[in-house]
Design a protein around this ligand. Structure first.
Ligand code: SF4
Length: 215
């Protein structure tokens, strides 16, 4: 816990999130996809890469590789031709190929729809698994936690934890379940619009309840 950092109560945390949802209106997942397989591949590609970069390259990639079997037969250099603009393209290519080989051998070419099976796939951690479950299957078991979610949860006083797993536990404990599917995208949007490197607290709709930890 940071020195002097304050936590909101459950009521205040839900109020803060609801105020931000009203302020931003429609909040949605930011990667383009059609179906769980494309979502899985796009989510793997998106680690430490801008969403716009991923959305730019996936149409050509998905036009060429239409099934897990197609991806499973590709080589690293085949995929790199399409994904070279993302960071760690080589590792991501290898993870996509390895994950798709497992989809073919264990799941009939389909993406599994449970947390344990997803996190056992190469290149997929709990954040990506939550993303796939929520956006691909409408199943809400947790909250995807990325660096935006960690940073803003701390500032707003919803979680002062330092690991993604602990932040996710705090968010699930504090926030009503109805907020779980979209709160990660809400916090990212808020980070981009008002609560970035230099937070614009004077324009922020939750300035009165936010403890502004670390700001
Ligand atoms: S902009 Fe300021 S008031 Fe708003 S959430 Fe960020 S730190 Fe809190």
């Amino acid at each position: 816990m940071g020195a002097g950092a304050k936590l909101l109560t459950k009521g205040e945390a839900n109020k803060a999130v609801e105020t931000l949802f009203s302020h931003y209106g429609k909040v949605k997942y930011y990667l383009d996809f059609d179906g769980p397989l494309q979502l899985m591949v796009a989510a793997i590609l998106s680690a430490q890469t801008r969403d716009e970069t991923v959305n730019k390259i996936t149409p050509a990639l998905f036009a060429k590789y239409k099934s897990a079997k197609d991806f499973s037969k590709a080589t690293e250099s085949d995929l790199i031709r399409y994904i070279k603009s993302v960071s760690y393209a080589g590792n991501k290519a290898l993870n996509i190929i390895a994950a798709c080989k497992e989809l073919v051998s264990q799941y009939g070419g389909n993406v599994p729809d449970d947390m344990d099976s997803l996190v056992a796939l190469p290149g997929i951690g709990r954040k990506t698994a939550n993303t796939i479950l929520i956006n691909g299957f409408g199943k809400v078991e947790g909250i995807p936690v990325d660096t935006w979610v960690m940073k803003l949860s701390y500032r707003i006083g919803i979680s002062l934890a330092k690991s993604p797993e602990a932040v996710e536990r705090d968010l699930m404990e504090k926030l009503d379940r109805k907020h779980w599917p979209k709160v990660a995208y809400l916090l990212k949007m808020h980070g981009k619009e008002l609560c970035g490197k230099k937070p614009l607290c004077e324009k922020c709709p939750i300035a009165r309840i936010c403890p502004k930890n670390g700001v």
